[in-house]
Write a protein that binds this ligand. Structure first.
Ligand code: SF4
Ligand code: SF4
Length: 402
C-alpha cells in the first residue's frame, strides 16, 4: 500500500468511502460483505475509513461501526482502534439550522462505535447552504473546536462542491482558518469541467492538503474506452484514473466509494503497485475526458431524489438521457418504459427543487424536460415491438397464402 504523510500520521493513499456500500436484493446494506471489505482493507494496509451522517440514510455510520467493532472483538490487538482512522462529517449542508451540533456529534460517536473521530469535516460547505453555515459559524466552529481540545476530534476539515469564487470566500472565512484539510471532487474529467485544477492550486497556495472524493465520478470513469483502435478494459481505466490522481500536487487522501469486495481487492492492488503514468496514458485520459465533456455530469449521489415530490429516479433518467444523446439506441428508452407509470419523466412537475440539492449544479429540471422532448421524438420501444409483431403476422399470413 502506498502512504502519504499528514502531520505526524501515515495515511494510506486509498481511503474506504462508505457512501455506496454493497446492498442486498431488498436494498438493505450487505453487512457481511461490508465486514469482509473492512477486514480486507485493514489486512492490506488501508487505514482510513470515511462515512457521513446522511450516507445510506444514516445507516452507513452504523455499518462501518459494526464492522470495525466486530474485528476489534475478534482480535483486539490486531484491530485496535489506534491502527486506523475514522472520518465523519457534520451535515450542515442539509437544513442545518435545525441541527444541534452536540446532538448530532454524540449520536455519530455512538453509531460509529468509536470514542473519538480522527477526522471530522463540515460536510459540503457550498453556495446552497452557505447561509446556514455562515450564520451559525460561531456556534458550529466553537463547538467542534471544543471537541478537538477534548480529543474527541483529532483533525478538523471540510468537504465542498463549491465553485471557485465561493471556495475562495469559504477559505477566507472562519471555516478556512480552522480547517486542516479540504475534500474536493477531483478526477481527470473535473480537472477542467469543474475547475478542479484551479481549486487544487488555491488549496496548494494556502498549504491545505487535498482529500479527493469522486475519483471515478460515480463509476463513469471506470468504463471501457476505445481510443485509436485500442479498447481499454475497465480495470485499466480505473488504474490510470487513480495513477493520474496520485500525481496531483497536494493530494494526500483518495477516497473511493467501493460497492463490492471485488472493487476493494482491485483498488488495493492498484494502490499497492503502479509506477506512474506514461505519456500515452495521459493522452488516453485526455481523449476520454474530451469524449465525456458533453454528458450531463451526474455522479448518481441521489441527493436530489429525496426531495423530488414525485419520487423520480433522477440519476437513472439522467443516465438514459446521456445514453440517448451520445449514442442513440433503444436500450435507454426500454429502461424508461419499464418504470411504473408514476415514475416516468413525464410526471416531472418542473418545480426545480432538485436543482437546489445537486452538488454538481446540474439543471436537473431542464434535463428531465429535454429528455421528455427526446422521448417524444422517437418511437417508443413498445410501439416498435408492436410494429414488428404486426409485420411478422402479416409475413406469416402471406406465406400461408402462397
Ligand atoms: S423538477 Fe421534476 S425531477 Fe426535479 S424535483 Fe421537481 S418533479 Fe422532481
Ligand atoms: S442530479 Fe445531482 S444530486 Fe441528483 S444524483 Fe445526479 S449529481 Fe446527485
Amino acid at each position: 500500500m502506498k502512504y502519504s504523510e499528514f502531520k505526524d500520521l501515515r495515511l494510506s493513499r486509498l481511503g474506504f468511502g462508505t457512501m455506496r456500500l454493497p446492498l442486498l436484493e431488498g436494498g438493505a446494506i450487505d453487512q457481511l460483505q461490508v465486514n469482509d471489505m473492512v477486514r480486507y482493507a485493514l489486512d492490506n494496509g488501508v487505514n482510513y475509513f470515511d462515512t457521513a451522517y446522511p450516507y445510506h440514510n444514516g445507516l452507513s455510520e452504523i455499518a462501518l461501526g459494526k464492522a470495525l467493532s466486530l474485528l476489534a472483538e475478534e482480535n483486539p490487538q490486531k484491530y485496535s482502534r489506534s491502527r486506523y482512522y475514522v472520518a465523519d462529517k457534520f451535515p450542515g449542508h442539509q437544513a442545518a439550522s435545525e441541527y444541534n451540533p452536540r446532538k448530532v456529534f454524540e449520536s455519530q460517536l455512538r453509531k460509529c462505535a468509536t470514542p473519538y473521530f480522527d477526522f471530522y469535516l463540515f460536510h459540503n460547505v457550498c453556495e446552497n447552504c452557505w447561509d446556514v453555515y455562515s450564520s451559525h459559524a460561531q456556534e458550529f466552529i466553537s463547538y467542534f473546536m471544543e471537541q478537538k481540545e477534548k480529543g474527541l476530534i483529532r483533525h478538523l476539515g471540510m468537504s465542498t462542491h463549491a465553485d471557485l469564487p465561493m471556495l475562495e470566500k469559504i477559505l477566507d472565512s472562519e471555516y478556512g482558518k480552522c480547517i486542516e484539510f479540504c475534500q474536493i471532487q477531483l478526477n481527470y474529467l473535473d480537472w477542467k469541467l469543474q475547475k478542479a485544477e484551479q481549486k487544487v492550486r488555491m488549496l496548494n497556495e494556502r498549504g491545505i492538503p487535498v482529500w479527493v472524493m469522486e475519483p471515478l465520478r460515480g463509476g463513469l470513469l471506470a468504463k471501457e474506452f476505445t481510443c485509436n483502435g485500442r479498447t481499454v478494459e475497465p480495470r485499466e481505466m480505473v488504474e490510470k484514473a487513480f495513477s493520474w490522481l496520485m500525481e496531483v500536487p497536494g493530494v494526500t487522501m483518495i477516497l473511493s466509494g467501493m460497492s463490492s469486495f471485488a472493487q476493494m481487492k482491485d483498488n488495493v492492488s492498484i494502490f499497492s503497485t503502479g509506477d506512474g503514468l506514461s505519456n500515452e496514458s495521459r493522452e488516453l485520459l485526455a481523449a476520454r475526458a474530451e469524449s465525456l465533456m458533453s454528458r450531463v455530469p451526474c455522479t448518481a449521489c441521489r441527493y436530489c431524489c429525496d426531495t423530488c415530490p414525485v419520487g423520480l429516479d433522477i440519476p437513472l433518467l439522467i443516465q438514459a438521457y446521456n445514453d440517448m444523446k451520445t449514442q442513440f439506441s433503444f436500450t435507454p428508452q426500454m429502461r424508461i418504459e419499464s418504470l411504473p407509470k408514476d415514475k416516468q419523466p413525464y410526471e416531472c412537475l418542473n418545480c426545480h427543487t432538485c436543482n437546489r440539492h445537486c452538488p454538481q449544479k446540474i439543471n436537473v429540471a431542464e434535463v428531465i424536460q429535454d429528455l421528455c422532448g427526446m422521448l417524444k421524438e422517437h418511437p417508443t420501444w413498445s410501439s416498435i415491438c408492436e410494429q414488428r409483431e404486426k409485420a411478422s403476422i402479416e409475413l406469416e399470413a402471406e406465406l400461408n397464402r402462397r
